[in-house]
Design a protein around this ligand. Sequence first.
Ligand code: GTP
Ligand code: MG
Length: 422
Amino acid sequence: LPETRLYQSNDKSPLQIFVRAKKKINDIYGEIEEYVLETTTFINALHAEAEIVDKAERELFESYVYKVAAIREVLQRDHMKVAFFGRTSNGKSSVINAMLREKILPSGIGHTTNCFCQVEGSNGGEAYLMKEGSDEKLNVVNIKQLANALCQEKLCESSLVRIFWPRERCSLLRDDVVFVDSPGVDVSANLDDWIDNHCLNADVFVLVLNAESTMTRAEKQFFHTVSQKLSKPNIFILNNRWDASANEPECQESELAKVKSQHTERCIDFLTKELKVSNEKEATERVFFVSARETLQARIEEAKGNPPHMGAIAEGFQMRYFEFQDFERKFEECISQSAVKTKFQQHSSRGKSVSGDMRSMLDNIYERITIFRNLKQDQKNMLTERIQGTETQMMQVTREMKMKIHNMVEEVEEKVSKALNE
Ligand code: GTP
Ligand code: MG
């Protein structure tokens, strides 16, 4: 138990895989941006000096500046997304609250989730709501007010309300996990729209079941559609309200174990044989028996400095609490790895193609510069040769002239001495 707690409260959390990868890729893109800007300035100067690069090339280089800036912006906003589905009242909102360690989302009677609610971290300690299609920040003073605001809203069930909650209040929000709560899958006829609007970019899905009953057709159908639209979605199954089974009067431990193994078998079969999204080994690591309500109560007690078991509802609290933490750890590993792959793989291949394109363009320009330089050198060589030729000719002429003058002088001298003699 202490080890698990350590996981959640410090930087050993598996979510750090995503956090570190995000920082790294952001830094790399910062360098790419610098390199692109520097190159563009250089190319423009080159154009001003000698017309080696043409207009189209210069425009292409400038387009890379915008491209890289756009990717950087997307990167800043990238997050890990988990979406919760299941029948009404199974405890979807309660599971999210337990993970957030605070009762943020309204739950229970009179607080049925009637539209999609996304909880994400906000900076600067602010808490506010934003409705779909509006940029207006609706301030949330406290949780009660948030519940009222959500209840009063007459929103379409597939619309989205975004709840921004201070990052520092929960490590999952701090590390860029975004939670999506949904209305019960049994109340909607628009499941296709739900998937198209809210699920296509989800990294992990959590099916919240009621451990007191069996999985319904609506729940199965929903995940069949999800797995048709997405290739191998990551699905976790929580058999919630497990405390209630333990609380059943005259329910013996052996009977409980039998029910548990029946549920486990059905859930594993659903993931492996029906949806075919996991293999047997993986599926066994994706099915949990928990109590969201109890976990939340335990965490609220912990926050007050009390031992967690003060939040216990029924016999067997430690096991359920441990299983919830085990779910969280496996979920964190899965979501961070999946998000790194789906989000950053794309960005890094784009970054690679931008720098590859720029490199080949620069190689091309360099080649042109070399040809240009060689041409100049050739011209220079020709000129030098010509000058050298002229010099030789001049020397020849000079030598001949000298000879001639010498001969003439000798001839004159001879003539003069001859005349003198005579
Ligand atoms: P909708 O939003 O209406 O679809 O329901 P939901 O799936 O979000 O369920 P919600 O979290 O609102 O929980 C419904 C009721 O069940 C609430 O009163 C919860 O307190 C209760 N509940 C949730 N989880 C548990 C649990 O693990 N054990 C027990 N005993 N009660 C739970
Ligand atoms: Mg709900």
